[in-house]
Ligand binder design. Structure first.
Ligand code: SF4
Length: 363
């Protein structure tokens, strides 16, 4: 059996220094073994009374499995909400660790499993709780608003949690009340929300290793080759890329914008995993990944999150064959209780301010 070696992913810490975290690609699946593994996973999901919830950015095989077995493919909050509403005793989360933690916070009574608990996120890694707490303590006059892509401990320190679907509305709401905001962790999303709302926002420093790599100059060149294409951009991307967008939105927002605009071609600046769902929903439409190559490119991700990619068919099967404590998500009950407050505050707000999204959002 070929052993997959970890790749080393560079990301920027809150203090501007570079740090490195590993991401281990999943074991390769041969075409011969794939049907057998998929059938076995389907069987075990039933036998274990488990539901598979997958993020838009994981491999298409896992997205299809989730949809074919009564699970869901969605954003991080909807993943947690779906797991909560589902009658299954076990929730299997195919995503990254903060998504498993959020699922556990909202479903403390259920067993939450992940194919690989080492699936990280550069935003989460760049926001260690001790430093973040000091930052909050130094600015007691500010309302602490954190993005979903953070640890349970960071959420527990926050007043509000937001997702990219609802960040703008919540910040505008707080701004209208005269509140000043401390924002963490994504600097590009924070900058975008600040420009749209005009709120007084003090920023933490962190970026997504996938969206940070999109390149404006190369995007302009690609637009020249596809003059009819509409550009869809996730707001975790740099400002120069956002400025070229026909629509800026969360993962769910991008899919909805494409359905609404009815163009024949789209250039998509977010993780390429989402294109699988877009092709399924809009057959015959062309979707092109926005460029990450060019001057200054490091192409660590090439528009595919290396940590989302850690979810594979082999480790998904293994977690169902032999549920192992090292694959089970645990959140300290007291941290979970406190982290639930900013999450539920957002969900309550969403009921009245974002009814079309059913209170969900995404990372
Ligand atoms: S795509 Fe970016 S924000 Fe999403 S999990 Fe990967 S590193 Fe984190």
């Amino acid at each position: 059996m070929a052993v997959a070696h970890p790749i080393q992913i560079r990301f920027e810490r809150y203090d501007g220094q570079l740090a490195i975290a590993p991401a281990t690609p999943p074991r390769f699946v041969t075409p011969e073994e794939k049907p057998r593994i998929i059938e076995r996973i389907k069987h075990l999901l039933k036998e274990r009374d488990a539901v598979l919830v997958a993020h838009y950015y994981v491999h298409p095989d896992i997205q299809d499995l989730a949809q074919e077995t009564g699970g869901t493919v969605s954003d991080s909050l909807e993943m947690a909400r779906f797991g909560h509403a589902h009658s299954g005793k076990t929730v299997v989360v195919a995503g990254v660790r903060f998504m498993g933690e959020t699922a556990k916070i909202l479903n403390p009574e259920k067993k939450v499993l992940m194919p690989d608990l080492n699936a990280e996120c550069s935003l989460d890694l760049a926001t260690p709780i001790d430093e973040f707490s000091k930052f909050c303590d130094a600015h007691p006059d500010r309302v602490v608003v954190v993005y979903a892509n953070t640890s349970a401990a960071v959420k527990a320190r926050a007043d509000w949690m937001v997702t990219s679907s609802i960040a703008e509305k919540i910040v505008a709401h707080l701004h209208a009340q005269g509140k000043k905001i401390l924002w963490a962790p994504d600097k590009h999303l924070g900058d975008y929300v600040q420009r749209v709302t005009g709120a007084d926002m003090l920023m933490w420093n962190a970026a997504c290793v996938v969206h940070d790599e999109f390149k404006a100059v190369q995007l302009e060149e690609l637009k020249l080759l596809h003059p009819g294409a509409k550009v869809l951009v996730h707001p975790e991307s740099p400002k120069a890329v956002i400025d070229l967008a026909d629509a800026v939105g969360s993962t769910t927002g991008i899919i909805q914008a494409a359905e609404r605009m009815k163009a024949k071609e789209y250039i998509v600046a977010t993780d390429g995993g989402i294109i699988h769902q877009m092709r399924k929903r809009m057959p015959g439409v062309t979707f092109i990944e926005a460029p990450t190559a060019g001057k200054g490119a490091t192409c660590q991700s090439c528009a595919h999150c290396p940590w989302m990619a850690m979810n594979g068919l082999h480790n998904l099967l293994a977690v169902l064959e032999n549920p192992n404590p090292k694959n089970e998500v645990h959140v300290d009950p007291e941290i979970g209780r406190r982290a639930r407050i900013p999450i539920e505050r957002m969900l309550e707000f969403a009921k009245t301010h974002l009814p079309q999204m059913k209170g969900s959002g995404d990372a």
